[in-house]
Write a protein that binds this ligand. Structure first.
Ligand code: AMP
Ligand code: ZN
Length: 469
């Protein structure tokens, strides 16, 4: 498999460090709010990467942290703690907020068929590990104490900006928001390993440490959590492109200073989901969630398909029109698969291998998911029996995770309405028109009215059907 490596700025042949396992780490969510669909784009593409590796025969161990402490409003160590901000907003404790939004995150992942990593570790579980790493960095001369905090000294490194061909905009993400200058820092990009500063007195979660009561910086958690579960080396580290600087740059700095050798070989960065007005971001307040998509009548898997249709290294622009197109494509795709007859012939192994070739080469070419989706269309057009085509769909769905067969079966099972009722059909028509005009309130009102009359609407690729319940 060829993957683009942000560290070398090249597509490289993927060669794992160990023959028996691919070690993969993913920066998890900061659980102070719902994940927006931009965050989830990153997790969808990372899920595709993991599933592709498994599909290609690798055994994968994947670790994800849950950031429930230490991530400040700016990535450059300034501003309020995001978790505390969330707790104040909702008049709850930090741990309540963390639990609620962690559960909400995994519920969204489930709807999007994003597999849960083998290991999920909340940052607050590993305080001992952070203290050990920070102490070692102090002992080795890579860190210093100033104003009560422990800082990493970036001037001690031969090269700090390891991802330096990112455009300026990406590089400045954290710094731009950090208006306050921290006068304790010896160098502009030094970063906090452990906070005790009085400025953060209202920090809810604090732990004893050799440097005073305080809490860890955000970056240290990913280094320690990955080493706790994956050991002193790693194959692939994933995250959104905004994490490349400062977060991943700092992770590499402290990890390699601590270990004294190279830490991670491949860096996989997913580019952003943008709206017309720029990057979708949690801190901007206005953002789209999976629940909102559902409320508007979209199947979350239509959003997954929308993401698969573009390459992970390109920015993707979200608009309702674009999502409508993906939803229509998804419905048509499922309808085509539903039209295949499972009893048409027996699976032909050679034909199946032929169909898989294009799919495999799409994944091997730096995870070209849009070509992989095209390979699925090729299956539907292929000159082979339906049993073989269905086997290929099932096989590709190990990676695409679009519920291709089960959604098709639901369509096959949907009974056509036996009764005709002009009034109900007129209401379904009015609802379809309201949906087309994005008048969600009216569409919901019609659904509710029918429900109150004991009529359930079933949305199918052939349009809405109804039944009495
Ligand atoms: P956070 O919960 O803020 O720590 O972010 C979770 C993940 O989402 C990180 O990997 C971010 O890099 C990624 N991310 C944040 N914003 C976007 C976006 N607009 N598009 C894609 N990924 C994003
Ligand atoms: Zn991280």
């Amino acid at each position: 498999m060829y993957l683009y490596n942000s560290l070398t700025h090249k597509k490289e042949l993927f060669v794992p460090n160990h023959p028996d396992v691919v070690k993969m780490y993913t920066c998890g969510p900061t659980v102070y709010h719902y994940a927006h669909i931009g965050n989830l784009r990153s997790y969808i593409m990372e899920d595709v990467l993991e599933k592709s590796l498994r599909y290609l025969g690798y055994n994968v161990k994947r670790v994800m942290n849950i950031t429930d402490v230490g991530h400040l409003a700016s990535d450059a160590d300034t501003g309020e703690d995001k978790m505390l901000k969330g707790a104040k907003r909702e008049h709850k404790s930090v741990m309540e907020i963390a639990k609620y939004y962690t559960d909400a995150f995994f519920a969204d992942c489930e709807k999007l068929n994003i597999k849960r990593p083998e290991v999920v570790e909340p940052a607050t579980n590993c305080i001992g590990e952070y203290i050990h790493m920070v102490q070692t960095l102090l002992d080795k001369g890579f860190a210093y104490l100033a104003g009560g905090n422990v800082y990493f000294d970036t001037s001690k490194l031969e090269k700090y900006y390891v991802f330096n061909d990112h455009n300026e905009e990406d590089l400045e993400v954290g710094v731009r928001e950090g208006v306050e200058e921290d006068t304790n820092k010896r160098n502009k990009n030094d970063f906090v390993l452990w906070f005790t500063k009085s400025k953060f007195e209202d920090q809810a979660l604090k732990w004893e440490s050799p440097w005073g009561t305080g809490y860890p910086g955000w970056h240290i958690e990913c280094s320690c959590i990955s080493m706790k579960h994956l050991g002193e080396d790693m194959d692939i580290h994933c995250g959104g492109i905004d994490n490349a600087f400062p977060h991943h740059t700092n992770e590499i700095a402290q990890s390699e200073a601590y270990l004294g050798h190279k830490w991670c070989n491949y860096w996989f960065h997913v580019h952003h989901l943008n709206t017309d007005s720029g990057k979708m971001s949690k801190s901007k307040g206005e953002f789209l969630t999976v629940s909102l998509l559902e409320q508007k009548g979209y199947d979350p898997l239509a959003y997954r398909l929308f993401c698969l249709q573009s390459h992970y290294r390109r920015n993707l622009v979200f608009s309702w029109e674009n999502l409508d197109n993906a939803a229509a494509t998804y419905e048509k795709l499922i309808a085509k698969i539903a039209a295949l007859d499972p009893n048409d012939g027996e699976v032909e192994p050679q034909a199946l291998e032929g169909l898989k070739e294009r799919f495999v080469s799409a994944l091997n070419g730096d995870l070209n998911t849009s070509l992989a989706v095209t390979a699925l269309y090729d299956v539907l057009k292929a000159k082979t029996n339906d049993a073989t085509k269905l086997a290929a769909c099932a096989d590709f769905d190990r990676v695409l995770s679009l519920n291709l067969l089960s959604a098709a079966q639901k369509v096959r099972d949907a009974q056509p309405e036996e009764e005709h009722d002009p009034e109900i059909e007129a209401m379904l028509q009015a609802r379809a028109e309201a949906k087309k005009a994005k008048n969600w309130a009216e569409a919901d009102r019609i659904r509710d009215e029918l429900k109150s009359r004991g009529i359930e609407i079933i949305d199918t690729p052939q349009g809405a059907k109804w039944k009495r319940v």
